[in-house]
Design a protein around this ligand. Structure first.
Ligand SMILES: [Zn+2]
Length: 384
């Protein structure tokens, strides 16, 4: 193959519709075949349904502690968004490349892959790990098995670089995310006799009001390094009822909180459960014995804490030619690596401002900055 370049690989990666709800296997197989051309073997770690996979590969001496380049292969849906171009066809306009995943985060993966021939040519004293996951966008579901795998086959890596879009700035901490589905069961009846039924939507609104009151309390606990500087609480969807004149039996809503890294991850859900079970449910049951409130956790993205490893942080800052360290309010797979005591930072091309939106793009200069950073890293691993 001709010397691959980042843009051509990005074009290929964008052409796979790897929306989280779909299989990412074609994309993973493309990467596996690509690596095989350079005699790099990769491990495919399938999900239970065998329709999605993580990919892991090591380039360089396996027995040494190396640098993990971590990225997710899935993207968010384009449904309902007004795109000016085909989201799955990389389109260049002036100095921007448009397409779903260009910012979040196929460009980082493309640059890492474009560097593989150079990684192979150089006699690295310490290895690179390529660690590409599935289902990041729906609650980091793929990363745990990938991180377990790396933990089981190699000595602890020196550092993990999660290439989420930070405009190539160094991010050393982010909030954690907890997501839940809460479902209420009441009793159906004619709306002319509300007392003969149990209105699940009206009780759900009590729970939602309680969530709002938790949010107001959280706003008072501030960490000024974050924007916004407090734990946020949010309700994403709500469903319930069937007609104006029927007392609704079922109501459910999904909600989340994004908590400051220093906070106890369970604080809010414990408060919520206690209110739901000790206050609201008995009220409901006094009207109808079969009433239910059920809350299920649907996502947990652990926070990234800045305490990790100053020496490593300084080294990466030097290689990235950056002299500031930042925090972000979005979640990444970084916290999952950090739970295994692997020093972790987030640094990748593109801006989170463009992520998840119609007409997502990356500036060509961001890709060039990322290439330069990886050149520096390759030099470093050759020296060490
Ligand atoms: Zn992302």
């Amino acid at each position: 193959m001709d010397s691959p370049n980042s843009k051509d690989i990005l074009e290929k990666l964008v052409s796979f519709d790897s929306t989280s709800s779909k299989s990412n296997l074609d994309l993973i197989l493309f990467i596996q075949n690509y690596l095989e051309q350079f005699k790099i073997k990769s491990e495919i770690i399938l999900n239970k349904e065998k329709n999605k996979a993580n990919l892991h590969a090591i380039i360089g001496p396996r027995e040494k502690s190396g640098v993990v380049l971590s990225g997710h292969t899935d993207v968010v849906p384009v449904d309902g968004q007004q795109w000016d171009t085909n989201p799955f066809k990389l389109t260049k306009k002036v100095n921007k490349l448009f397409g779903r995943g260009t910012a979040d985060m196929k460009s980082f993966i493309a640059v890492a892959l474009a560097m593989v021939p150079m990684m192979v040519q150089r006699s690295l004293k310490k290895p690179f790990h390529l660690a590409f996951s599935y289902d990041e966008e729906v609650g980091c579901l793929g990363a745990p098995s990938l991180v377990d795998y790396i933990d089981s086959i190699s000595i602890k890596p020196l550092v993990v670089i999660v290439g989420e879009p930070t405009n190539m700035e160094i991010v050393n901490s982010h909030k954690g995310v907890m997501g839940f589905l809460t479902s209420l069961t009441g009793l159906e009846g004619h709306s002319s006799a509300p007392e003969k039924g149990l209105n699940s939507i009206m009780y759900a609104s009590k729970l939602i009001n309680f969530i709002n009151s938790i949010y107001e309390e959280e706003k008072l606990i501030k960490n000024p390094t974050f924007d916004p500087p407090y734990t946020t609480v949010h309700i994403g969807t709500i469903q319930g009822g069937s007609a104006l004149n029927i007392i609704p039996k079922k109501c459910s809503f999904v909600w989340e909180y994004r908590y400051l890294p220093e906070q106890d991850s369970n604080k809010i859900i414990e408060k919520f459960n206690s209110y739901a079970i000790k206050t609201v449910l008995p009220e409901m049951k006094s009207i109808y014995k079969g009433a239910e409130i059920f809350t299920r956790q649907i996502a947990h993205v652990p926070p990234l804490k800045s305490s990790s490893n100053l020496k490593i942080e300084n080294l990466i800052m030097k290689l990235a030619k950056s002299n500031t360290v930042k925090t972000v309010s979005y979640g990444t797979e970084g916290g999952i690596f950090q739970k295994k005591n692997i020093p972790t930072i987030v640094c990748g091309p593109g801006s989170i401002e463009q992520a998840h939106k119609a007409n997502e793009f990356i500036e060509v200069t961001e890709i060039e900055k990322c290439e330069k950073f990886l050149f520096q890293l390759i030099d470093f691993l050759e020296r060490e």
